[in-house]
Structure formats: C-alpha cells, structure tokens
Design a protein around this ligand. Sequence first.
Ligand SMILES: [Zn+2]
Ligand SMILES: [Zn+2]
Length: 293
Amino acid sequence: MPSSDRDKNAAPPLPAPLGVAVADSHTHLDMQGGTVDEALAKAASVGVTTVVQVGCDVNGSRWAAETAAAYDAVHATVALHPNEAPRIVHGDPDGWSRQGAREPGGDAALDEALAEIDRLAALPQVKGVGETGLDYFRTGPEGKEAQERSFRAHIEIAKRHGKTLVIHDRDAHADVLRVLKEESAPERTVFHCYSGDAEMAEICAEAGYFISFAGNVTFKNAGNLRDALAVAPLELVLVETDAPFLTPAPYRGRPNAPYLVPVTVRAMAAVRGIDEDAMATALGANTASAFGY
Ligand SMILES: [Zn+2]
Ligand SMILES: [Zn+2]
C-alpha cells in the first residue's frame, strides 16, 4: 500500500470493537487533539469504556481532577512527572514540560507544588498518585536528587490517602525498585508503560505490582516486553495507550488515542495464547482493582 506524508500524520482507523469492555489504564487526553467528549465516544464505540487520565504537572493534575469529576468514564491520577520535579527546582527551558521556559524555584517551589498534589489526591474522583518515579533518559545527573525527593514524597502522599501509585520508570529500573522497597510501596502500585524484561516482571509479580503494557509491546524490537508479558501473572496485567505517545503497530508514529486500545489487546492476547475476550475480561477486571473503582 503506498503511503504519503498525510497518511503518516492521520489518525489511524477505528479497530473492530472488543466483545468485552476494557479500560485505558493510562492516557493524556489533554495532549491529544479534539474534545474529551469525542475521545470518549470514539473509545466507547470500540469497547474502551473507561479511561484513567494522568496528570504530569500541577495544571495537568487539576485538569485531570476536574475532568474526572465531570465524566463517569474518567478517573484521575495526579502528580508531578519525574521530569517535572527537577524543572521546578532548577528550571529547564529545553526540558520535557509543554509549558515552556520557567524560572528555577528551588526546593520551596517543589514543596509548594507537592502540597497542591497532596490536596488534589484527597478528592474522591482521584484514584491514583502518579505518574511519578525516575527517568534517567530525559533527566541528567543534576536532576536526580530532586527527582528522587519528589518520588518519595509521592509515595507518601499515595499511602496517606490510600490511593494507587502510578510509576514512570525510564532507564531506572534498579533505583525505582530500591526506592519502592525503602519507602514500602502502597497497597496498589502500577508500573505504567512497563519497560523491563521478564526477570524484572517476576520481581514485580512477587511484590504484587501491576504491570501495564502500552502500544510498544507490539513493536518488532520489543521482544523483552513480550517475554515479560508471557511470564506476568494474568491478574496483574493492565493495558494502556499513554496516548498521544506509543501508537501500536502497524500505526507506529501516527497519533495515539484511547480508541486504539483494542489493537494492543489483540496483540497481548496473541502473546498469552488466549482469545481476545478472555484477555479483555482480565484487563477490565484488573484495571478496576488496580485503581479501586
Ligand atoms: Zn510515563
Ligand atoms: Zn504518561
């Protein structure tokens, strides 16, 4: 099939609907085109009836909480992303956040932002605290201390409010597992966009951590993720889009959205050697128990 530049940027087509409803356990509706109503309607039309809207900074976390209050199909999590914490402390005009340049605010600014996350975490429609964790891919050594301080604070907030902890772990497996052990993880902890191998999946399983797979589990070079999925206990496995990022194959590079969850669910069912209804049934139930809704 010939492809043009327009094809590469176009929204992928609607997949066939799932027979059993599932949730997108991690999405960023505020970074996708279109309205929330459109995104939810499109997702529901293919059996993705629930989404977990994840906050990455103070404004995004407020928006997640407001959106979850307004829509039954949306649950919120709130946090400062691991790349956001060092930005608040040190400033980082070229950094990850979509808010652009910001003056460094020091430790006091981080404490102030964490206090707002703490306030939001108490709200009933906020089911989780995250995404938090460690990211050594985008944050260099100078940001490590702020990142780890923020991670520890988020663990404490999640436990105090009885909310689920959502982990972002990029190139930082050993340190993420170490900090979780040192602080003692909350009762419900989710590794979002799981990026470890089968050996780490066994460590997560032993600790009872949920393991959430994103569209990259379909990528050709992601054998380590499929190996992890193959050994993970089915009752700990979740699916997510992390949209607008990580669009599953064969649409890699095009805009992602919750309606594409069925593409990943089908790939996951194939890895597990079970039919898609059985996979979807497990994923739907697991997401509800992971986030306590
Ligand atoms: Zn993440
Ligand atoms: Zn995310």
